[in-house]
Every structure is written in C-alpha cells, then in structure tokens.
Unconditional design. Sequence first.
Length: 203
Amino acid sequence: MRLTRVALTAAATALAPALLLSGPAFAAGTASPPAANAAASTPAGHGSDLPVDDMSDDDVRVAVVRLLADPASGKRVVKEVNALLDANDPAQMREWLKTGYPLAQAEDDSVALFRILGSPASGKRVIKEINALLDNGTAQEIREWLDNGYRLAQAEDDSVALFRMLGEPDISDAMRAAVIEAIQGTPEEMRYFLEHGQYEVDA
C-alpha cells in the first residue's frame, strides 16, 4: 500500500482547504484516559468535526491521510490511520472518523498531558491546570487546553522563572539585559531564552 499512501498524500495536498485539519499538539504514547471523558466529547477542530456522511469516499480517504500530518496526532491515531490505509475500506474509514478517532485522539492527548506534567519546564500554573484536567476535564477541554491554554500557562511559568533570574544577586549586566528583553518577548521567545538563549549570553 505504500504507493497508494503517496498518491493519497498528494491528493490531500491538492484538495480544498475545507478538509484541512490543524492544531498544535504534544501527543504520543499509549496511556488511556477515563473512558467516560473520551466518549463524552469530541476534540474540537479535528477529523471528527468533518461532515463525514456527506463526503465522497475519496474525500474520506484524504481526511484520514491528513491526520498523519496533523501535529495533534499521536501514536494511537497514527497507528490506526496506517491500519485503515492498509485495509483501504472507505466505509471503515468513515466509521472510524465518527467514532474511533475521538477515542484515539483522547488517548493521545492524555499521554501528552502526562508528558508535560513530567517536563522540567512545567511550573506551578501548568501543573495546576493539568491536574485539574486529569481530574475533571473532558476530551474536548483537554484538546482545547493543548491547542491554546498550554501556551498561556507555560508563558506565565516562564515569566516567573525569568523574574527569578533577575533577582539573583550575582546576575551580570549582560544577563540582566537579556532577561529583560526575553520578558518583553513572545511566549515562544521566553521559552527559547530559558532553553537556549541564556547559555549564549556572555559567551
């Protein structure tokens, strides 16, 4: 089926943007979320929101292929998509998009939460919000947090870390200036500085 997958991927790129599935993700792994949360709601903005019953067989195939390139797709989603492409049964793909995909994505998203929870970069706000999601969050709330809330929570934790650096008694003038510049930057710039930039100051 390798040639078929290549052809489908090319077709997916050429088709209308209405089929585009997008969204940042951090997902991978095998741990399962509570079944009730996974079944109760569907991750927003992804394949399960497509009007599957109104789509042609070719469009269904393209929608499935696009999930391989979706940053939100983790190990379970990718594994199940590959199995669907091997079987090449549009009816099976259609049913999976409606029922199987929400469960697979919810599992991948829960694994993403645990990975973020164990990251040294995760501070108080990130940890607090993840614990709340693990206790009571629906699959849709978890996906929304991964798409949007995580960035904001991480930015707050990063800004706290930067202000702590400013309070260090032996901070150099060059480092102080670099930290202040990072604080005034975007969340991504703050994260880059903490991971890399601070080690390049005074080099």
